[in-house]
Design a protein around this ligand. Sequence first.
Ligand code: STR
Length: 401
Amino acid sequence: MIDPLVRDLDAETRRLRAAGPLVRVELLGVPAWSVVRHAEAKRLLTDSRLVKDIGRWRLWRTGAVTRAWPLIGMIDAGRSMFTVDGDEHRRLRAKTAQAVTPRRLENIRPLITNVVGELLDELSARDSHEPVDIKELFAQPLPMAVISALMGVPAELRPRLHALYKAFFSMLTPQEERLAVIAELDDIFLELVRARAAEPSGDLTSALIVTEEGGEPLTEQEVLGNLKAMVAAGHETTISLILNAVRALLAHPDQLRLVLAGDVGWDAAIEETLRWDTPISHLLMRFATADIEVGGEVIREGDGVVMSYRAIGRDDGHHGPDADEFRIDRTGTARHMTFGHGPHICPGGAGLSRMEAGIALPALFARFPLMRAAVPAEQVRNQPVLTQNDLREFPVLLHGA
Ligand code: STR
């Protein structure tokens, strides 16, 4: 039911929805539950009997799942706000929330505008009437530039990080190589943590380390875990948001006209993209510490549970009978859950990614108002990445036909 190679994401989303609200799935041979509807997801995401601690997973405890499983890096990712719950989670997360201040976000705005301007100038300079890949040349470079600047990751490391994350997420990477990639990411980020511990600067990594008088500092491993989570999340998901918005708008010229004419705001176009084509297809994983009944099925203690956000965004029970349509002018009050819900709801990144998309998209369409897709929709393919909704490439004609 869940294809690790993502050969047809729309068909998969439809199948999951039809089988919901709770669907038995296999993740590369490993059984789990997938939650595919809004109401059930909302309830489970505030149910404290579902936890992130991999130690509660029966298949892990029995040794049926090991580090040889290609998705293990998504779960066994070190101690951070992403992997713990309860009071410990509040402590790890509070530190991040304090660090991602509205002021820090506002301070990053000029950088986003500059990077977007530079990328657009490079695109213009090509003056090409041949197809160009708007992923490689626009959607992909921006989020890494922004999250690196925020966290203090040196610019010269960014190309290497791109390559490492690509290998980390791809289901085609041999597992031995993926484990080496994970080790290298750890080395890179640990070096940064130690440098900032020795000499703090104004970046967010330093803010995770520095503690006020009387405050309880995070351990080195906790700072490392939070830093890794923030860079991975800030990078990968925002690429998808920007690219999915470009793709959806070009595929729906009537909707694009609405936003270009100013009849509908860019914020609405961005929210509709977040709902209709979520950056995360499936979020791994939570574990049941008790039997939990959902829609006539029972999640057993020790079972693993996946949030299938792409299906959740298309839930007609929540978004109405036209949930499958991309409509930036929808009038209902139903809100999407693309950034999650409950204690683990996306901390800070929601605002950052909206800001990036909110600057990048209007600037892109203002510079290239005649832009259109260079290939038919069915030729645009996903990367072989089970968890992220990530396109391989998206060729466009910048100046139209
Ligand atoms: C990647 C590997 C790593 O070093 C740390 C993490 C923790 C946070 C995870 C990240 C992972 C993968 C992408 C995630 C992110 C949190 C949000 C992001 C799942 C496992 C999303 O795509 C939603």
